[in-house]
Structures are given as structure tokens and as C-alpha cells.
Design a binder for this molecule. Structure first.
Ligand SMILES: Nc1ncnc2c1ncn2[C@@H]1O[C@H](COP(=O)(O)OP(=O)(O)OP(=O)(O)O)[C@@H](O)[C@H]1O
Ligand SMILES: [Mg+2]
Length: 223
């Protein structure tokens, strides 16, 4: 469960969130939607303690993120990794080496290979990012997060800027990790994907949460 209570956040003169409260059960796939600049990335960053609220409380897995010391935040982010928008891989390493970056040598026990396999990437593991398409690159970034053995994945616009085929590869990966029991929350503007994949929708609107409920209710709401 991700819980935000009465959140206020401003940058300089610009109040981006004001009195935002929401409880999001992190099972299945949750789409976080909102107009550009509405604060959707901010919500993700608040959830994992990359951003501190000016007011209110943030709890993840029942623990106060906004009060957490950095050492504990690192542990928290292994349970709920946040994949930022844009490129995430090092071009001069193979996909396997990129994924293994998340695997601490002290613990290394083939978790990188397992993560690649979970996402159907074994055949690409010796290739470097420029040698595969953007959909495979994003899948590898997701595989790297899986190495941490998380409970939940947070993704910021994982398909923005991708062509239809690449976006399809990413969306298939999200469906796959849901089947494997992970919760997924993603910021997205892709309504076709929302229709196909979303279990729940959270809409950020007017500095608050405008909607929080099932995807079916969201899609059939009159407005
Ligand atoms: N570090 C910062 N300093 C100043 N302003 C910021 C900062 N981070 C975000 N903002 C502003 O706060 C508002 C909300 O930002 P946020 O990144 O959460 O929006 P978003 O919903 O993710 O939008 P987008 O669709 O563009 O990704 C935007 O107007 C943005 O310009
Ligand atoms: Mg954003």
C-alpha cells in the first residue's frame, strides 16, 4: 500500500500538489494519469523519498517514507524500485552486464540471468543496448530492477517516445511481471495500454487526486 495524506508540495512560487490524499493498494497494475506538469512524476518521487513533501505524510508498506533516513530509503527502494523516464542502460556494457549492475557481488548467485530469463531476454543478453531495439532496452531496465527482488515496480512513462512495436514489448513485460506476482504502478499517457492492462487508475488533477478506483469505473465514468 502506498498512502499519501494531505500532501503539499511547492517549487518556489509554484504549488504543484495541495492537500493530496490517496491510498493505492499496490497489487496488479495501477496507471497514474494526469496532464503534463500535473505532478505525476512528483507523486512517484514522493513515494520513494526522492522528494520530500512540504506538508503531509507519505507511507509505503506501512512505513513513513518522508521521515526515513537515507540508509533505510535505499532498502525501501529495493522493495519498490523507481524507473525514471528515458534511457537507463550503459551503452558500453552488454544487457547482462547492465542487469548485473544491480546484483551486489557479495550476493551474486545468478540473479541477473534469472531476471533476464523472467523477461524473455536470454537470447539478447550478450548484446549491447545500441544493438537492440528500444523495447528490448526498456525490458532490460525492468530486468535490472527485478534483480533487487522487489515487491512493486514504479515506472515513469515507460512507453513514451517508443514506436508501437517497442511499446508493445514493454506492455507485454508489465503483464508478465504482474503474472509473476509483482505490483506495478506506472505513469502513462497511453490510453490504449490503460484499456488493455490497467487494474486501477489514479488521476492527478488540480493538485489533488481526481480519481482513484478500478480501471472499469474510470473508463465508464461519464466525464
Ligand atoms: N526540481 C524542480 N524544480 C522546480 N520545478 C519543478 C521541479 N520538479 C518539477 N517541477 C515542476 O513541477 C510541476 C510538476 O512536475 P512533475 O515532473 O511532477 O510533472 P509531471 O506530471 O510528471 O509532468 P510530465 O508529463 O511533464 O512528466 C511541473 O510544472 C514542473 O515543471
Ligand atoms: Mg513526469
Amino acid at each position: 500500500m502506498l498512502s499519501l495524506k494531505n500532501i503539499g508540495k511547492r517549487f518556489g512560487e509554484h504549488q504543484i500538489l495541495d492537500g493530496l490524499s490517496v491510498e493505492i493498494p499496490l497489487t496488479g497494475i495501477t496507471f497514474i494519469v494526469g496532464a503534463s506538469g500535473s505532478g505525476t512524476s512528483g507523486l512517484c518521487r514522493l513515494a520513494v523519498g526522492l522528494l520530500k513533501p512540504d506538508a503531509g505524510e507519505v507511507s509505503l508498506f506501512g512505513e513513513r517514507v518522508d521521515l526515513m533516513p537515507e540508509r533505510k530509503l535505499i532498502e525501501m527502494r529495493a522493495r519498490a524500485p523507481y524507473l525514471v523516464q528515458g534511457p537507463a542502460l550503459l551503452d558500453w556494457l552488454t544487457l547482462r552486464e547492465n542487469v548485473a549492475l544491480a546484483d551486489p557481488p557479495s550476493k551474486s548467485d545468478g540473479r541477473a540471468d534469472k531476471a533476464l530469463e523472467r523477461l524473455g531476454l536470454t537470447e539478447f543478453s550478450a548484446r549491447k543496448p545500441p544493438e537492440v531495439g528500444p523495447g528490448i532496452r526498456k525490458r532490460a531496465a525492468i530486468a535490472r530492477a527485478l534483480v533487487l527482488e522487489p515487491e512493486v515496480l514504479l515506472l515513469d512513462e515507460p512507453t513514451t517516445g517508443l514506436d508501437k512495436e517497442a511499446a508493445g514489448q514493454v506492455n507485454d513485460a508489465l503483464a508478465l511481471v504482474r503474472e509473476q506476482g509483482l505490483g506495478v504502478a506506472l505513469v502513462s499517457h497511453d490510453y490504449a495500454a490503460l484499456r488493455k492492462l490497467a487494474d486501477r487508475v489514479v488521476q492527478v488533477k488540480d493538485k489533488k487526486v481526481g480519481f482513484n478506483g478500478s480501471a472499469l469505473d474510470f473508463l465508464t465514468a461519464p466525464h
